[in-house]
Design a protein around this ligand. Structure first.
Ligand code: ADP
Ligand code: MG
Length: 324
């Protein structure tokens, strides 16, 4: 593949006119023109049916989420989207599924100004396999690298924490059925919003950043490892989503600290940037919370409201240890 019918599929579902100044689908390569003085930021993520999404996932939501999680990586680097590519392997040709998937994908692609400029289409896998690559631009020396945190930095997180984890627990029957809570929590799991504007504004303002895909502790841990620092986190400063209200304390704690699929940004910045970051959050209508401090040393200490250090067991989602 592709041949005959597959060229037709590409033309119908995946070819969209490229913006001017860009060569999109249809040639051997796409051509992009990053702005002068910018670095190219590139990231790829794979999504495998049965591992990263349920076989019966709504295809429109899957199209959205597959692109959203990739855009979230650009956001976490402080990059502005330029374009994306999509490689897709399909077990069979289901036009209804493809149309819905393409609609979900193209809607976010348009909204985030990240045109689809190429890809690959093949068949034969036992389930759907997707691989998306996003490309963005970020001003030289302004990228929000994981190795850029410094002792004394504040640690911040955008949005709220825990809602996607609660949705997943309810869907998987790991919490007692609660239709109202599920209805409130499900959009967080199914339609994550990449924090592209926040990321772009933080480039040159914040030091390190990461998007929370695997859980706050685990993802912050990547910043700490890369920056060779430690962190202190304040449990009562974590922005718990209202869908966590009324849940047992151990579930809340676990959802806040280790819940994945959040796609908010965790970032570090010098304390003199506090006011600027708070103003930015207000301008974007996105809460930003100061949740701890970068310290010398290694590891994360989580302090409860009384200043007692907690023992933390679940660090987050490990793709080799668990699957959906
Ligand atoms: P090649 O043989 O050069 O790999 P293909 O026949 O695989 O080209 O693809 C033809 C054109 O369609 C290329 O421009 C390719 O980037 C694009 N394309 C293929 N599959 C997809 C897809 N799923 N999404 C977007 N563009 C695609
Ligand atoms: Mg090809």
């Amino acid at each position: 593949m592709p041949s005959g019918g597959e060229f037709d599929l590409i033309a119908r579902y995946f070819s969209r006119p490229a913006p001017s100044g860009m060569l999109g689908v249809g040639d051997d390569c796409a051509l992009l023109s990053p702005a002068q003085g910018c670095e190219l930021a590139v990231s790829t993520d794979m999504l495998i049916e049965g591992r990263h999404f349920f076989p019966n996932t709504d295809p429109g939501l899957l199209g959205h989420k597959a692109l959203a999680v990739n855009l979230s990586d650009l956001a976490a680097m402080g990059a502005r989207p330029l374009a994306c590519t999509l490689a897709i392997s399909l077990p069979c040709i289901d036009e209804v599924w493809l149309q819905a998937f393409a609609d979900g994908f193209h809607a976010l692609s348009r909204e985030s100004r990240c045109p689809l400029v190429g890809g690959d289409t093949t068949g034969g896998s036992s389930g759907v396999v997707l691989s998306i690559t996003v490309m963005g631009e970020v001003r030289r020396h302004h990228a929000l690298r994981r190795d850029a945190a410094r002792a004394g930095d504040d640690i911040w997180v955008s949005g709220t924490l825990g809602a996607a984890d609660v949705a997943l627990r309810l869907v998987q029957g790991r919490l007692p059925p609660d239709p109202a809570r599920l209805q409130a929590a499900l959009p967080f799991l199914e339609r994550p919003v990449p924090r592209l504007k926040l990321g772009r504004y933080l480039a040159g303002v914040a030091h390190a950043a990461i998007d929370i895909s695997d859980g706050l502790l685990q993802d912050l841990g990547h910043i700490l490892d890369a920056s060779q620092c430690a962190a202190e986190l304040w449990l009562d400063a974590l922005p718990a989503d209202p869908v966590l209200d009324g849940l047992p304390e151990d579930v809340r704690r676990d959802a806040l600290l280790a819940g994945g699929d959040v796609y908010e940004l965790c970032f570090t910045a010098h304390p003199r940037r506090r006011e600027q970051i708070e103003i930015l959050g207000r301008q974007l209508g996105l809460p930003v919370s100061r949740i701890g401090e970068i310290r010398r040393g290694s590891g994360v200490r989580v302090l409860d409201a009384g200043g007692q250090a907690l023992t933390v067991e679940h660090q987050g989602f490990d793709h080799f240890a668990e699957s959906v």
